[in-house]
Design a protein around this ligand. Structure first.
Ligand SMILES: CC(C)(COP(=O)(O)OP(=O)(O)OC[C@H]1O[C@@H](n2cnc3c(N)ncnc32)[C@H](O)[C@@H]1OP(=O)(O)O)[C@@H](O)C(=O)NCCC(=O)NCCS
Length: 332
């Protein structure tokens, strides 16, 4: 039986760093408010108009390829998760494919927001186990900073988000005890409008109007408290379900990487699961919420820091707009 293993990982964030204090040029906010509510200290933003998400993903991919000792030509499939595609259509996967110089390789875009990397991992795992593809490049990449509301109504969302890209190169292993043991995905579209971007939209006619622009409907909007409440409930639930499906418990977990939306959310998740701080990894302090990129960025930092040894039990979990959420259990 084949399983899916992580061959290598990589990430890239833009050079430009914005501290909380620097955000005060646009918003009535403070370092104290942002740190206290979210744990965030800084985030990386692109030079506006200079770098697209697929450019960040390209740099992250080159790092992962070099670590794997692979050429881009060896990739036989791209799965690209993002809520901030370079263009409305086509998807960002084809732009990354062209930049990598590998025409013909299929490129699938995944639109599951903060859970995008987990949805992508689930698809990649199924394709690898079925033998359809042998070297899948799985990407989570976002450019939020070009789409934030820099007016007074945008501060609640604006201070939380960062730009970046994280990737993993996945392939088969014949060792049944290792690799991705399972993925567990969920969604509840009844809450779609609690965290969404209304316009431009094919559901509307015209897709975008001057009135929409004046009302700021082109910007992301969030009911923060509702999102918070659901995130702290759904992530631990899905971790418990994922572990139980293998007769494992939280005591077996060596490392939990949760989506990085808010340090307070992740502290509550760890507390509910009974996980001590040294079995949980957080980096939101330095990157903010990079949506589909947060899990692969955190994973790569853990790999590079030697936090994962062969045989360790790794659990990934995420929650986001949709709502969508899920978990993955991986024997490293
Ligand atoms: C966004 C979040 C940090 C806000 O924290 P909160 O404690 O719920 O704060 P509230 O939204 O109730 O706002 C409290 C006050 O701070 C103000 N405020 C909001 N954003 C602010 C900012 N950036 N700076 C200063 N004040 C701010 C509000 O206007 C409000 O003021 P009021 O009491 O005078 O009305 C929190 O709700 C959260 O993290 N939610 C989940 C976000 C998330 O996970 N998003 C992504 C999902 S993947």
């Amino acid at each position: 039986m084949l399983r899916t293993e992580f061959i290598s990982t990589g990430f890239h964030v833009p050079e430009r760093v914005l501290t909380n204090d620097e955000l005060r040029q646009w918003w009535d906010t403070s370092d104290e408010w942002i740190r206290e509510r979210s744990g965030i200290e800084q985030r990386h933003w692109v030079e506006p108009g200079q770098e697209a998400g697929s450019d960040l993903a390209l740099k992250a991919t080159h790092i992962a390829l070099e670590r794997a000792g692979m050429d881009a030509q060896e990739i036989d499939c791209i799965i690209y998760a993002t809520l901030s595609p370079d263009y409305f259509f086509p998807g960002s996967g084809v732009y990354l494919q062209a930049k990598l110089g590998i025409p013909g390789v299929p490129a699938l875009d995944i639109r599951n927001q903060c859970t995008g990397f987990l949805y992508g991992l689930s698809v990649a795992d199924a394709w690898i186990r079925s033998g359809q593809y042998r070297r899948i490049l799985l990407v989570g990449a976002e450019v939020h900073s070009t789409g934030l509301d820099f007016g007074p109504g945008g501060r609640d969302v604006g201070v939380l988000f960062g730009d970046g890209a994280g990737v993993a190169i996945l392939g088969p292993t014949a060792d049944p005890g290792r690799g991705v043991l399972s993925t567990h995905l969920y969604a509840d579209g009844r809450h779609a409008e609690m965290l969404w971007c209304e316009s431009d939209a094919s559901a509307r006619f015209p897709r975008i109007s001057h009135e929409d622009l004046d009302a700021g409907r082109q910007y992301p909007r969030m009911q923060g408290r509702q999102v918070f409440r659901n995130a702290v409930a759904r992530m631990p639930e899905s971790v418990q379900e994922a572990l139980a499906s293998h007769d494992l418990t939280v005591a077996d977990v060596d490392l939990l990487i949760a989506h990085q939306a808010n340090l307070r959310i992740n502290e509550a998740v760890a507390q509910q699961l009974g996980l001590d701080a040294d079995r949980v990894y957080n980096n939101i302090q330095r990157f903010g919420n990079t949506t589909a990129a947060t899990i692969p960025i955190a994973l790569d930092e853990c790999v590079q820091a030697g936090r994962l040894k062969r045989g360790d039990l790794l659990v990934l979990t995420g929650f986001g707009s949709g709502f969508t959420w899920g978990s993955a259990v991986i024997r490293w």
